[in-house]
Each structure stands twice: as C-alpha cells, then as structure tokens.
Ligand binder design. Sequence first.
Ligand SMILES: [Zn+2]
Ligand SMILES: [Zn+2]
Length: 752
Amino acid sequence: MTTLKRVDVHVEGIVQGVGFRPFVCSLAGRLGLSGRVRNDVNGVHIEIEGARTGVEEFLTALERDAPALSEIERVTVVSGEPAGHRGFTIATADPGALRTAAALADLAPCDDCLRELADPASRRHRYPFTGCANCGPRLGITRARPRKRPHTTMAPFAMCADCAREHDDPDSRRFGDPATCCPACGPALKLRDARGTELCGDPVTCAAALLRTGRVIAVKGPGGYHLACAAACEPAVAALRGRKHRAEQPFTVMAAGLAQARRCCEIDDTAAALLTGPARPVVLLPRRPGAPVAPSVAPGHRILGIALPATPLHHLLLAELGEPLALTGGDVAGEPIAYEDADALTRLSGIADAFLTHDRAICTRADDTVLRPLAGEITVLRRGRGHAPDPIALRRPAPRAVLACGATIDSTFCLLDGRRAHLSQRLGHLDDHDTLRAFASAVGHYCDLLGIRPEIVAHDAHPGHLATRHALQLTAAGHVAVQHHHAHVAACLADNGDLGPVIGVVLDGIGHGPDGTIWGGEFLRADLTGYQRLAHLAQVPMPGGPAAARRPLRMAAAYLGDHPCDPGLRDRLAGALQQAGTGRETPLTSSAGHLFDALAALLGLRDTITYEGQAAAELEQHADPAETAAYPAALTTGEGPLVVETADLVRAAADDLAAGTATAAIAGRFHNGLAAAVTRTCVALRQATGLTAVALTGALFQNALLLDRTLQRLRAAGFRVLRHVRVPPGDGGLSLGQAAVAAARDHPVAPA
Ligand SMILES: [Zn+2]
Ligand SMILES: [Zn+2]
C-alpha cells in the first residue's frame, strides 16, 4: 500500500496573473495528485495530497518548471492530514484576500461596504468615505510606505473611539486599514457653487437635482475631478463640450449598475466581469440602438466608453439621479486633470456650475483606466486608476533599477526594479511646464511609495522633448536614449514576456527618426537591445510643415499628388495646399497616422483634427466591417529598406469615390488593403531574415478593425503574432519599452 501524504504549499513572488494556477493544476494531474489551488493575499496557496513520491516530485517540479513569467521568491511547505480531495481544482480566490494582494491600486467599494452604505441602521449609512481593508483608495491617498495612517492623506483626521476599535480589531474587516473613518471623525462631503460658496441641504440630493436640470457638476473622484452632466440631456452635454473646448473627444457614460449599463451598450460576460471588478475601468463597448445617451456624448462613434461607480460617492450620486451620467476629465483642453481643490475651483469655475467636493486630499492624480475588447482580447488602452501602480512582470530582471520617462503624447513613466515594472497612470500631454511639474511630482511619489531609487534613466531619443530634457537633468549612473519606434516594439515584447528578435510592425502617429525625417510606419528587426529599419511606409511631404497634422486635407493632397480626381475634390485639395503656402518647410513623414488622416479627409469625414488619433478612430467607426475587398499597394525594393507604396491605397480610394462607391465600403477596403500590405511586407522580411514572429504595436493598433484584419492575415501566413494586452499599444506604453531596453543594455542578454 502506498503511503499517502498531504502538504500545504504557499508560494510567494510574482505568481498571480502569470498562468501559475493552470500550471499547478496540470502538474498535479500529471502526477495523479488531488487537492486545490487558489490565489490569496501574498501569492498562491496549494493543498496537495497523494502518493508520497508524487508529492515530492510535485514540490521539485513546482520550482523547476514554473511558468516563464512567474518569479518564485519563497515556498513554504507544511505537512498535514490528507483531507480526501477528489481530483484537482482551481478554487476561487478568497475575495477579501485577493483585493489586499493588489496592494497599491485604488479599489471600488466591496459588497460589505456597499451594504453599510445602504443600511439606515449603520453609522456609515450614506457616508461617502466608507471603506475597509478590502477596498477603497490607495494610490490616491498614500504618500509613502508603510501604508499607515500618518503616511496617508487621512492623517489630519483623528479616529473616533468606534473607528479606532475597528481599526485595531483583528476580527474586523477594517483591521489595519489606514483610511478607517465615519461621519463622526472622517472627511465630509460638500456641495459648492461656482464661486466656492457652500450650498445647503444634502450635497448628494442637491447635486442630483442640479444634474436633472441640465447643470454641469465637478465631482471629486479618487484620482482627481471629473466633470459630469446627465448623459441623456443633449443641451447639458453640448454645453459641457463647448465649455471644455474639446470639440469631439468622446465622453464616458457612468451607469448606476449593470442593468442600466446594458441599456447603453452590448455587454457580454467578459465585459460585465470587468465593469463590476474592483478596478472599475472604463470599457469601450458597442453602443446599443436607442441607448439613453445624447448624441454629443460620442459623436460619430459606434462604441461608448461605459463605467460603473468607482467610489461610494459615485454610488450615492448615481442612485439618487436614477439615470446615467456623462463624465469627462476635470481639465480644460487637455491640461492635467485638476486634483487639488483650490486649483479645481480656479480652473473649472468657467465650466462647472457646482462642485461636489470634500476635505480628503488626493496625493497624485490618476485618470480612469480604459479597456477595449480588441480582436478577441481585452486590451488596456489607457492605464490609470485601479491598475497603476501594480507591477507588470518582465521576463528578465533589471540589473539596476530604471526610471523611463516616456514620450510627449499620453505620457507615462515606468519604474523598473528587478522584474517588476511599475508603469504609471497616464499623465497627459507633456508639452508645457505645468504638466512637467505634475510628471516630476508623480515620479517622486512612486519612488517614495514603492521604495525604488532608480540608477539608470531611460528617455526618448528626441532631444527636444520635455520628458527627454527632464530625464537628462536627473542625476543617474547612466542615461539611455531609446528610439521611439524601437521602444514601441520593446513594450510589445515586454507585454508578452518575449525577448525577440521579431519583425516589429509599428503603425503610429509621429516619432523622431535618426535620419531626421518623421517616422511612424516602420518595420523593424528588433530585440530588447537594438533594432534595424527593414521597411517603412512610403514617405510623403507634409505640406505647410507639422501643422499638416491638424489639417488632414493637406495630407490627402500630398498622397494624391497629380493623380486624376473629380473636379470638386481637386478644388478642395488645391484650396488646402494654397492655405499651406509654398516655400515653407515640408518635412517628410512615413507616419501611418497621417495616412489615416488623409483618407478621412478624402472621404469628407473631417477637414480638421481636434485630438490625436481622431481621424483613425473615426475611419474605423465609419468602415463597413463586412467589406472583404482590399486595395492593393506595391512593395518597392531597392538599396535600402523596402517601401510600402501607401499612395496606391489613397489613389484607389479616390477612384472609388469618383465612381460613386459608398464611403463605408471605401474605408473597409482601405483597412483591408493596409493589413494586406503589412502582411506582404512581413512575408518578404521573413524570407530575408528568417524571423517568423511579428509584434504589432503603435497607436494605430487601437483600431479594432485594423488589428483584427492584420492578425488574421499574418496568422494565415504562418506568423506567430505578438500584440498588446496589458500595456497600451500607443505612446502610453512607451515608457515600459524604454525601461526594458535600458535594462537589457545594462546587462545585455543574448537573443533566445
Ligand atoms: Zn469594503
Ligand atoms: Zn469614526
């Protein structure tokens, strides 16, 4: 008879979200062992039992064969009596434990706290700062480690006797929670008018009444102020747009719960799980016909950004209002969002009719996280509250800690320590000194919070960027310049735990090329240490200089050249070129973003651009997804890199337009044509290099149609394709790529 053995194994380190539990499950199955595995506070807990030799083999293989992305720091084994498990299962995580495991990202209120909030008998009934050790703000209120009251913005509030008792009671779910408070001792909610005068009455009830009459309210959220109005009220939404000087960027819709959200968007089980999860992201989902949402919320879009309440305050406000809210960041025309009360009152008083605010300070600003289902995977498009600063595990550890300073647009930074890459929340467009100050202070906050002292500083290769200039001023053991598009490929490699080399396909807005031209449609042979430009989209002049980025008709004229067009179009193009003037600098660009701009202008979707990536987003929304035809584009071979003749795509579109083809069909054929051109180029590069893996990266791969068509064609051609999931494909992910490159160069790793 075989001896039965049972052990409890606790594994600490990077073991969550890296495929550890399925690995344990299949290992146990292979060895004929039974038991279960689950995530808990500090890692993974395994109960395993069976034949003694099997259990011993299990313990050896656990460390030897662990998934590539995991990093085991400590294994504790305790023997016990066999419990008679049948088979091996993955148990659901202890929910409370799981939430504390993500130690520093802000978490939505837990069910226990929501029950208290709604319970008239509770002393926290309708108290908007209700929270516990399993939920509530973290990044937004914690200044430094360890996470104790004096290190948080709760420090000025002295706990009452009741709260102190809960805080010190190991059996209370508020045990050790530094944010423990109640109406008797904690922060208080206030409603103020545009001049800052406190309005009387219950703040939530009065705010809801104002929203019902079409007013705009600035609401203090976990990472800063939002501007809110009733989502169904077109005059209110239009007024908010007008006052914010954000002509067309889509707003988010916040619903009270899933039922209300389902009236706005198509929500499948995956999306529902994300929406109701503790990170409370904004999820971009197909808009439902008849959604109770004003046209101005997301003009020209078939998708809506939808979210559920992220704090007790949002729960109270939405419940009181009884209809969805339209939300946008509390900023004017793309500045950093306001998070300090006095600053909010100054900057937003021309926009908001009232302020729903309180006296608990926010110590760093964080926008909402934005996710989108893209080609079968939920992809992070913008990292923010609920995700930052939790680490992304890299495949290889950095020899020395790295700070990477990111790019100008959608700037983020990354602190890399060992294998843990802490990618920051988006910090806005780094093009003025206010944003730079905000950036520098967020870096300082992360260093304090995470206890990381970076020795290496990585930055974009463009010397003119504010982020680069800031990086070069920092004292460090080394500064590493990383080319923009190489950083994109590196970010995609890091996202996938890959080391390369790959064919990196970067379809992006603009970035500085080492040859002095503007890059943005690049095919690079790249690994983490270096790259080589193998092919690119054809370069075209930008008539009138960089201003062409805001005037897409100029780009259409540049692509079409002397191609015969119908007279109406010819006149529009001539007018655009005349406006651009002559003799001014016309830099060359291979930007894929400008290619999309040109097509959107050609189809009459837009003549001016009000936000980055607008034309590409709208062209995707406009395209007929059922269209299967594809415009051809020639591939030119010569001395240097291969060239994809993208003007062919634009000219074919102009011909179809003249022939009266529907613009939705033209947009579809354009997407398909670009996907086909990318695939043909990769096939040619595979022949030349032997590389069989492709990494798709750059802001244009936020476009679901382009990503989907490109993935399908590349896979059909036999490529292994890496795409972004955890990290934004656009510039928001760039700092992770810079950090990975700097670490690889600090201790060069031979390609796998
Ligand atoms: Zn709670
Ligand atoms: Zn209290």
